[in-house]
Design a protein around this ligand. Structure first.
Ligand SMILES: [Zn+2]
Length: 234
């Protein structure tokens, strides 16, 4: 009697155990499924897609992506007679974006930093760049930025005999080159600005000025307000 009881009990126990593990597995599976969207929300890797060279040559430095800025420099240095290796495109390389090879086979590592004016290259970037040049068998280093280096970064660069171009020098080099011509876009910007600042005349013959209502929406109101209450939308 107790024998059958033990057998029956152990069968029941094994069935229960099996069910429990099944449930656990299902839970684990659904847990995975639930966590999947979280994985997807991680920011996508920066796109390596770049616009055609013709477009890049007419786009202002501020509007170029990091990769496009590198391409612009590659085009520039090819015209200066260098063989250019575009090492930075699509990979982490410790800060070497281009390798310039001159006619004697001497290799220069180039780092291209596209920064806004107030955002200067810190000393740490200079140090990383000095370390990274060895990965590409380069002797010389050239740091190119659209802004400038911080004072400590400049000192460090001089100490390591690193050449650097600040924004002003870069613009001069590009202007001398002659192929980089973002003025078309600039002219368009100027035209747009002129369009928004054109004089608007009120029905009463006086000029109108831009005002804002309580909701923060801009409109044209007569400059003679409150004597004339005429308004027009912008
Ligand atoms: Zn008026």
């Amino acid at each position: 009697m107790s024998f059958w009881f033990v057998i029956g009990g152990s069968i029941l126990l094994s069935i229960w155990l099996e069910r429990a593990t099944k449930k656990r597995r299902q839970k684990a599976k659904s847990g995975k499924r639930r966590s999947a969207p979280r994985v997807n929300t991680t920011p996508p890797a920066p796109s390596t897609e770049i616009r055609p060279d013709v477009v890049i040559l007419q786009t202002s430095l501020q509007e170029l992506s990091g990769f496009e800025f590198e391409r612009l420099l590659a085009l520039y240095f090819r015209d200066q007679g260098y063989k250019v290796e575009e090492t930075g495109v699509g990979g982490k390389d410790g800060g070497v974006d281009l390798v310039l090879v001159d006619r004697r086979g001497e290799r220069t590592a180039v780092q291209a930093k596209r920064h806004s004016d107030h955002n200067k290259v810190p000393v740490q970037k200079v140090r990383e760049f000095v370390g990274a040049k060895r990965n590409h068998n380069c002797v010389l280093t050239l740091l190119i930025t659209t802004s400038d280096l911080t004072e400590p970064a400049k000192k460090e660069a001089e100490q390591f005999h690193m050449e650097y171009w600040h924004g002003g020098l870069l613009e001069l080099k590009l202007a001398t080159w002659g192929k980089y011509n973002p003025t078309k876009q600039k002219q368009r910007a100027v035209r747009n600005e002129a369009a928004t600042t054109r004089e608007v005349i009120c029905k009463c013959g006086h000029s109108m000025v831009i005002r804002k209502n309580k909701q923060g929406v801009s409109f044209y109101g007569c400059s003679r307000f409150p004597n004339c209450r005429h308004t027009t939308s912008i």
